[in-house]
Design a protein. Sequence first.
Lengths: 277, 366, 290
Amino acid sequence: MAMAGSGKHRLHLSSLFLALVILFMYLPVVMVVIYSFNNSKSDVVWAGFTLDWYAKLLHNTSLMDALLNSLILAVCSCAVSAVIGTVGAVGIVRCDLRTKGLLENASMLPIMIPEIILGMVFLAFFSLLGLPFGMVTLILAHTTFCIPYIFIVVKGRLSGIDRSIGEAARDLGASEARMFFDITLPLIMPAVASGTLLAFAMSLDDVVISFFVTGAQTNTLPIKIYSQIKLGVSPEINALCTLMLGGTFLLILVSRRIGAVKRTGKRRSAPRGEGDL
Amino acid sequence: MENNQDVILELRDIVKGFGGTPVLQGISLCIRRGEFITFLGSSGCGKTTTLRIIAGLETPDSGRVLLGGTDVTDTPPNLRDVNTIFQNYALFPHMNVEQNIGYSLRLRRVAKDEIRRRVEEMLRLVQLEGFGRRMPHELSGGQRQRVAIARAVINNPSVLLLDEPLGALDLQLRRQMQQELKRLQKKLGITFLYITHDQEEAINMSDRIVVMNEGRFEQIGAPAEIYDHPRTSFVARFIGTANLFTGMVEEIRDGVASVRLPSGEVAYAAAPEEGVLPLDREATFCVRGENILTGADKPPFSVSALVAENSYVGGMLRIVFTLPDGREVISSRQGVHAHIRQGEQVSLHWRAQDAVFVDLDQEGAK
Amino acid sequence: MKLSQKRPRRDHTAFFMVLPLYVFTLIFVFFPLLYILGMSFLKKDVLWGVTNELTLDNYRMLFDPVYLKTFFDSLKLAFATTAITTLVGYPFGYFMGKLPPKRRGGLMLLVVVPFWTNALVRIYGWMIILRTKGVLNGLLLGLGVIDRPVKILYTYGAVLIGMVYSLLPFMILPVYSSVEKMDWSLVEASRDLGANAAEAFFTVTLKLTLPGVLSGFVLVFVPSIGLFFLSDLLGGGKIMLVGNLIKNQLLEARNWPFGAALSVVMMAMTLLIIGLYRKVTHSKDLEGFF
């Protein structure tokens, strides 16, 4: 009895700890949401509920432009890196090049080294090439750090797929290309999707690298927010952030719902690690 | 070698290594149409690699693979008239049973109705009617096995390769599937090339067995031949219980060789019909456990031993004898032998024809 | 009869699949890094850019006491951040791994969601809380803990809070991943052999979850050196970190070679840390990273 009692007690303490940390994590997020409804220009005092900032947000063209830029940037760089990263991961698992290990390490570098170094490196390199700073340089830079996210997720998934499944397709008469489209791609699709989603979030969120490679004309949303926060905030930012938060929540809920449906539909969709050879 | 119409698959001097380690060291073999041939060996002996080379999933470093008289060594797997049943079945997890079985027909752009008809036929053949819409993960191990079989034979390949297909099943199911596979092979008339490390399975199912060891063929022959006349000590040990005796060959007369064992006792063994058995040299012969006879008195050509252990294993009495030099002789026999007691001194003997020389010079071997 | 080809056909396909990744990595990772390395040995031009003269001055400059102090401060902050995230993140990941699987998933979601929202927005939330007339001071005043607002924002403490806050998930996730993977029967075995709860924890659990903790160290320590916007926003630009230094050298002082030298040193440090991690854990991938 005493044992069970103390176990229960410990569980309580640990739950309390978990709750406190979660609170710490959500505290600033909640603040932003609350103050987006504050009927005051300063976010110091609470002056009643309003939706004004949401209305004003729609007419804030520079903020909207920045949002649009960010979305274009994220979509473009993710599309390119999804292809390069996925195809590269599939290729690297199957090839036996001597420089394979080196390549893998090098392609991981962009997310291993501090962002600021990547930013500085791109700044110097793009000016060496004489590229005009703007959307093109942004897309190149973002693609560079998006590839590793997709690459690593897809590669992880691939290593969990029994190699003989692809071989079975070949054995039954599928060409290399048919095997890729009939077997490999459908099996790694969830990984491609989650890797790309991760890369998308990273691209949408990036300040440091964008800060170095963007041009004077092109603002991304994080950079716009950065300069606004530094200058003193208009509550429209709060409103925008709240909307983005909502969007993120929605996205995650939807993707989890889809995932849950898929999972119950086909539990254990691939034999993971059932050995090979 | 044999170049008649009967040979469906021929391996010529296949050599393969992985990263400097030799895996196959020049193996050659002819397989006849409609044969059930089994590659038997422990893991790492190269049997799976041989199979993968035949399937086209691996390219040999040197040597040729001939399928129906055509050199297919450089033909990719999808263009070979050979299908494989993989160890883990390798069913496509995102396709249902029907789609799995019909995959190769879809690749060949067979008409939809035709595909449906043949898939139905296959489902009937492997007794899985009504399971067409199930996903692979909704099936039991045995059912997955059947799907893999149906998927591989729907195209009527000239050779079906089976890579330890029953390895993941429990004993009872394995026995049942062995019979079903055998029945299927008879019915379809397809050449089966079967891989296993289970000697019992190999003996039960095969027309011929290829015993492999360290990338070489130790012996090729019918199960009875391999069991009764193992050519090497490896084969003798790998299949059944074998007792190996080494001694000096003293005399050969009337097809019987007398061998002086280290204990000084003389035993006899059948002189080989082929191969060379030199006089006054050491030679090793093998006596199967069930051919060891015991007696209380000591006739000539017998070996004295001590009963170290007797126990019943699976309905058989298993007796372990110890020779004076400490080596063990294991004998197993049917029935109750109450008269053999532990600690008792007995003599062991055997009929000359039950003692077979192994590891002789291989000149006359082929 | 010709000798069969050495390479199976599929290798060609695989090679072409890897090619884009290869080329891209070469052009956008390898060359730029090489360029920076080279630049760090060149002399700065009068206005901006570089001359062709070779020099070690950029590295010599690092030993200037002002810059040494920046390095020292950065490292101090990085260590403090790593220590606090470990103290908070380890128990969190541990308790989380011990929850029933159903509740684990939900908690995981809760941890990850803020991580998916804009980092700046969350930092801004902290600014609302920490400013002198902000929520925290209001709360403390209201409770009577203090009788006049204290300055929290734009101090070292604020930067530290921001760092810990931003990097905490990077400690929680790898620890959680290693706890989840752990074979609890080993702990039970050690209890069975007579270890008390604490002994079992220190001799078994901690050892088995060490890869997670070490991975967390790397994932927290490495970025914490470079997050210049955190010290800009929460430190009010008064806290100078290596990240800020590089940024200033590039954009304000326009001393690119020195910026390059700083980057090279930081990168060497990063690679050293990752190399150490691999050596200690004998694993190539960072635990729990994806």
